[in-house]
Ligand binder design. Structure first.
Ligand SMILES: [Mn+2]
Length: 298
């Protein structure tokens, strides 16, 4: 497995803090883009996040640590899918994430379209009993198929629910779905926190605690960047108004990390816009915050 050096790795780390053998954290890049439905560009997401991460501070003033120096973060060279699509591409991602987990690494995967999370979640599900998946997303992604494909990013959680019990799925920020998805949520008892419920104060100030309550001990976070409000995150293929803002998102991550075990994560669907680097930097900082949240005790 090849790793990226200081010029291209996450945070621009020197070898002593980014070696494959010693780092406790591994960044996987899955620049997979095959079933985009509106705006394109997610295939360039991982590279843009890694480039922007060089402007993220090592010291986190909120978590009060330099996680990269304390744990080490290695960045694996991006997966190259060639002509592999759908199940073949997912098999490559699942194999790499699984191999790193078997080496004892905490794995954070950068997408790519949301389809990739079927693979990263499966790798975690097979190794961690009772896994909860916390999905932050504008879309519930529970269609059975979309535009003729079962492997569309719009159905990725349907593919996950082929192995994950539906009560172990928690969704937050949802504000676009079709009738069949709503019926599935109601019928299967999926914990879904809709954007309008959060914004209109249905759960009061405590919506984040309610999300926490719905999570079991071990939590995998799949973060679709379109879960954030387009005012702070315009660089995504399907922007939806009414999304999560920065501070409440970080507070949620911090709360989950304090009371549960965050065992892995991904960040998907960033579609970088030429000439607007701000959202790429936000995404890089969000990855850093997720990692900090995952290691609260250090
Ligand atoms: Mn999604």
């Amino acid at each position: 497995m090849n790793i990226l050096g200081k010029e291209k790795n996450f945070l621009g780390l020197e070898p002593e803090h980014s070696a494959l053998d010693s780092a406790e954290i591994a960044i996987v890049s899955a620049p997979y883009e095959h079933t985009v439905s509106y705006g394109g560009g997610t295939g360039r997401g991982p590279e843009a996040i890694l480039a922007a991460s060089h402007f993220v501070e090592f010291w986190d003033e909120e978590f009060r640590c330099e996680l990269a120096f304390e744990k080490g973060i290695t960045t694996i060279a991006p997966l190259q899918f060639g002509s592999a699509v759908d199940e073949a591409a997912l098999a490559m991602i699942e194999a790499q994430v699984g191999e790193l987990m078997d080496k004892g690494k905490f794995v954070a995967t950068l997408g790519g379209e949301h389809t990739i999370s079927r693979a990263t979640i499966k790798a975690h599900f097979d190794r961690i009993p009772g896994l909860t998946v916390l999905q932050i997303d504008a879309h519930s992604d529970l269609r059975e198929s979309y535009e003729g494909s079962r492997w569309s990013h719009a159905c990725v959680l349907s593919r996950v629910l082929e192995f994950l019990p539906p009560r172990q799925l928690v969704q937050a920020g949802i504000r676009a779905q079709c009738r069949e998805e709503h019926a599935r949520i109601e019928g299967d008892g999926i914990h879904t926190f809709y954007g309008w419920e959060i914004r209109q104060g249905v759960y009061g100030q405590s919506w984040k605690e309610r999300v926490l309550d719905a999570c079991g001990d071990a939590v995998y976070i799949t973060f679709d960047i379109d879960g954030l409000d387009p005012s702070i995150m315009p660089s995504t293929g399907t922007p939806e108004p009414g999304g999560l803002l920065w501070d409440e998102t970080v507070q949620l991550l911090k709360l989950i990390g304090k009371h549960r075990r965050i065992v892995g994560c991904d960040l998907v669907e960033l579609a970088p816009v030429e000439g607007n680097p701000g959202p790429d930097f936000l995404a890089a900082k969000l990855v850093s915050k997720m990692l900090n949240a995952a290691f609260p005790g250090r």
